[in-house]
Design a protein around this ligand. Structure first.
Ligand SMILES: [Fe+2]
Ligand SMILES: [Fe+2]
Length: 328
């Protein structure tokens, strides 16, 4: 059953409203703006019908508060007369669903409430479906990465650290939070192309021959092929293709340089190398972060985007890098 919050300073109006919604709804009656706000702070409601003209706290203030604390709840304003200014304030500040002028037609108000709640239910269903889809694709990315694990010396903890270094660097570079999180997730796929590299090369304990290097260097574009052409994986394809490019154009597979390498790939390259340096690998001990940063700074401009190296240094200084490393 849906909960309606009815707010009016006139007890007669409040009683009329409560009577007309008694059947089929749980109603909460608030005698004035203060009481309305107190209800909003205490319990979840689905819909609010609020009078505009009330002493101390006006209807638009109550509905603006509702927008802050319970943004999902539908907001309907009752106006005593054509108060254009209050209406404008309400539309702008409280994003109201509808305004109803007093005296109202009960049947019409009832229908408005029914329609509004239908749209609320629909929105909740859509939100749930979207959340499920989002969880499913995130799981699919991780599953694919875990399936590839063992193929390479990389472990899942490497991928999680790269994910979080990437997200932190993207945020530091001014990428918005949703895009940064997406970039982080997609970074986990940077070496997915190694699924196509023969084990004899990937796991060879000795140095690779020139011919073997040629095959090894095919993994960025093999990754692009694996990642298909769904627009959703565009960032993952950029990262796979570009994570061995160098800032000065001396990398592979395309030898592109500077801003021609997508930002996502420039970030992941740095995150990937930083993690490789600072963790144990079969062929090396972990380097202290300071030492890794000194090494990276020597290659700023040649291998790495210097602007991102500066942000990496800052993330080291504020403890973010240590926190991420300790978490995985
Ligand atoms: Fe790679
Ligand atoms: Fe890696």
């Amino acid at each position: 059953m849906h909960t309606l919050l009815l707010v009016d300073d006139d007890p007669d109006v409040l009683a009329t409203l409560t009577r007309s919604f008694r059947k089929g709804y749980k109603t909460l009656s608030a005698n004035g703006g203060e009481a309305g706000i107190a209800f909003l702070d205490e319990q979840p409601v689905d819909l609010i019908i609020c009078d505009q003209r009330m002493p101390n706290i006006s209807g638009d203030q109550v509905l603006s508060h509702a927008l802050q604390v319970q943004p999902e709840a539908i907001r309907i304003l009752l106006t005593g007369y054509a108060d254009v200014e209050a209406l404008l304030a309400c539309v702008n500040d409280a994003h109201i669903y509808k305004y109803v002028t007093k005296p109202w037609d009960p049947a019409e108000l009832n229908l408005t409430v029914v329609r509004a709640l239908e749209s609320l239910v629909l929105k909740r269903d859509l939100d749930m479906a979207r959340d499920q889809l989002e969880a499913a694709y995130k799981d699919a990315v991780v599953m694919l990465c875990l399936a590839a694990e063992g193929k390479d010396q990389d472990t899942s903890s490497h991928l999680y650290r790269v994910q979080h270094y990437t997200e932190a660097l993207a945020l530091a570079m001014g990428v918005d939070s949703a895009e940064a999180a997406h970039m982080g997730l997609m970074s986990m796929l940077h070496d997915i192309g190694k699924l196509a590299t023969p084990d004899a090369i990937l796991k060879k304990p000795d140095k690779l021959t020139d011919e073997e290097w040629v095959i090894m260097r095919e993994h960025p574009l093999a990754g692009v092929r694996i990642l298909g052409n769904n627009p959703f994986y565009e960032t993952a394809r950029e990262i796979s293709a570009g994570h061995h490019e160098n800032y000065d154009g001396s990398g592979y597979p395309n030898g592109v340089s500077g801003a021609y390498i997508p930002l996502s790939a420039r970030i992941v390259k740095l995150a990937d190398v930083f993690d490789a340096l600072t963790t144990r690998r079969p062929y090396k001990q972990p380097w202290p972060m300071e030492e890794a940063l000194t090494h990276i700074k020597l290659h700023s401009d040649t291998m790495f985007d210097p602007a991102i190296v500066i942000e990496l240094q800052k993330l080291f200084e504020d403890g973010t890098l240590e926190r991420i490393k300790a978490a995985f």
